[in-house]
Design a protein around this ligand. Sequence first.
Ligand code: 2RA
Length: 352
Amino acid sequence: RKLNVAIVGATGVVGSIMRRLIAEERGNWGEVRLIASARSAGKVLSVGDERIEVQAISPEAFDGIDIAHFDLPDDVSAEWVPVAAAKGVVVIDKSAHYRMDPDVPLVCREANPEAAAVRPKGIIANANCTTLALIPSLAALNAEFGLVSMSVASYQAASGSGKEGLEALYAQIQKLAGADKIGTELGDVRAVLGEDFNTPFGAPLALNVVPKVGGWKEDGWTSEELKVRNESRKILGLPDLKVASTCVRVPVAVGHSQVVHATFEREVTVADAHRVLAAADGVDLVDDPANMVFPMPIDSVGKGGTQIGRVRQSIDFPNSLEFFVVADNLMKGAALNSIETADLVRRELEAA
Ligand code: 2RA
């Protein structure tokens, strides 16, 4: 029989991409069920040509489901993931709640596909979008040269904050559009936008960058910066990987970019790195700077692969590279990685 799949949190920005991706592989699945909060129950949404009514989340909503993709806030996942898992559903959870649980694998197909099969709680976690943008190229480079440390700075899109973030950025751009020479006088952007436009980023994002993504944690770090460090270590199987990360929100709609300085055990040239990256799964090498060919968020939208370019051998640091990576934060950073992990589980369960 064909396996039945559920999308839990089907109505958000990522949920709509999940529905499109499932429609593209519709033939692999039996029933596709859409589940969301009681507020969204009864809505009818499309999965390809099918129109499916959204069910309210409840224990019974998981009856007969084999694999469920969860895209819910951390605390809601913490409540409902165990309910589904207790019914024998394999849960792929996009929240941060289970990512660092030693009994929950954190899976990225390009780095650790085998981990998907070892899930003592019946739960697999999907990493944060910023981490996932890095992993395919880091996994390939690590396999060849041995990754020792990395220093990362992110340039993250507004859609990382979901529909609310995207709408806030558009509203700010519209409000500023009529203001002449705006951004050239101290305080002028804040004066036009007013306090109302500080949500959800804590400051205006249009014509600005905000060096804070996620919540504040100890010693001045943000949750996003710690995710890049801890999740990269777990997925790459490098518990001692040295990581420095600064995460920044930029006025981009879709596509998280990152500048990476990476140091390896062995010597690495640009030609070596290009050879490895060009052959790497899930990586698009976009690196012809003389012809203005390099990754940019506007060129990453909707793409499955992570884009890498501007690869340079460090001048002052031995065995090190500088490069720029970009990934669609809603695709590889969220929906696509979940779909790819489900594919690993589906093949395993079908073969059993
Ligand atoms: C962000 N990484 O970009 C978050 C979303 N999970 O805000």
